[in-house]
Design a protein around this ligand. Structure first.
Ligand SMILES: NC(=O)C1=CN([C@@H]2O[C@H](COP(=O)(O)OP(=O)(O)OC[C@H]3O[C@@H](n4cnc5c(N)ncnc54)[C@H](OP(=O)(O)O)[C@@H]3O)[C@@H](O)[C@H]2O)C=CC1
Ligand SMILES: O=C(O)C1=N[C@H](C(=O)O)C[C@H](O)C1
Length: 270
């Protein structure tokens, strides 16, 4: 089979550069194009040079339409607004769309479901093997320990992160809620301040820390009477997410249109 031609959108960003490095390093894929927004200072620069690899002969442009027409898949870690636009374009071009973007709000996922009627989308708040395994463990732990164990999710990220709680924290919250057989939206507590009163049973709490250069730390605490279980993942290098995204693109290459998760890619739902 020929190498899968992948375009990286948001190619000048932290994850965009990691994706360019991963596509270049991994077998079975080749970098077809690199996209940034109109007016970006990165336009015209070589995507490889920007990612610290030396020249690759792929200049960054602001023309996704042409890039998507010449590609089989798009790797997208940008913003919800940009990802929704890229989803429309990817569906029109009938190419694979891997979405790592986080910070989605209610209602924004509906257009993605529409796009998935024609396109193969893989979307996850965390593309690493470790976090997706952690989610499976959290689901099991929440089911086994039940609501007598209070569930709290703590995350810490670098000072540049703009959304909270992290996509990963929410993914872990969904896993915990699934383990308990409840809807996360009806039980999640994202902020506590002032005289909150005692903790209501069944809540799933989120605590957000921001600072420095932390790539991504997550801990799920299940606190019972007299004992506590803590399940943690610490990301040390953004390449784990980038490699996961490339794996997802290769996996989706021969799949039917649909909205898939990283657990599907990794076979954790089997
Ligand atoms: N699922 C996962 O495994 C992971 C997800 N993430 C998520 O990925 C996203 C990006 O993170 P990060 O790389 O740190 O953020 P950055 O801000 O470093 O990168 C985002 C890039 O996307 C660009 N961009 C924004 N809008 C457009 C557009 N319309 N067209 C083209 N490019 C655009 C930005 O350009 P500009 O700066 O000009 O706005 C920027 O270069 C976040 O939502 C983050 O949470 C991060 C790591 C792992
Ligand atoms: O913005 C980041 O950096 C990260 N975002 C993702 C998230 O919101 O969970 C994944 C990872 O933790 C890094």
């Amino acid at each position: 089979m020929t190498d899968m031609r992948l375009v990286v959108v948001g190619a000048a960003g932290r994850m965009g550069q990691a994706l360019v490095r991963a596509v270049t390093a991994m077998d079975g894929v080749t970098l077809s194009a690199a996209i940034e927004r109109e007016g970006s200072a990165a336009l015209g620069r070589d995507a490889g040079e920007l990612a610290g690899l030396g020249p690759l002969g792929v200049r960054i442009t602001d023309d996704p339409l042409t890039a998507f027409a010449a590609s089989e898949g798009v790797l997208d870690f940008t913003t919800p607004k940009a990802s929704l636009w890229f989803a429309e374009l990817a569906a029109q071009a009938r190419i694979v769309h891997i979405i790592g973007t986080t910070g989605w709000v209610d209602g924004e996922l509906e257009p993605l479901k529409a796009a998935a009627r024609h396109a193969r989308l893989v979307k996850s708040g965390n593309m690493s093997l470790g976090v997706n395994l952690l989610a499976a463990l959290v689901r099991k732990a929440a089911a086994a320990l039940g609501p007598d164990f209070d569930l709290e999710i703590v995350e810490m990220h670098h000072r540049h992160k703009v959304d909270a709680p992290s996509g990963t924290a929410l993914l872990l919250g969904e896993a915990a809620a699934a383990g308990r057989g409840i809807a996360l939206a009806e039980h999640s507590v994202r902020v506590r301040d002032g005289h909150t009163g005692p903790r209501p049973a069944g809540d799933i709490g989120f605590a957000t820390l921001r600072g420095g250069s932390v790539v991504g730390d997550h801990t799920v605490i299940l606190a019972g009477d007299g004992e506590r279980v803590e399940l943690s993942h610490k990301a040390e290098d953004r390449q784990i997410f980038a490699r996961g995204a490339v794996k997802a693109a290769l996996w989706a290459r021969d799949k039917k249109p649909g909205l898939y998760s990283m657990a599907d890619v990794l076979g954790l739902n089997d």
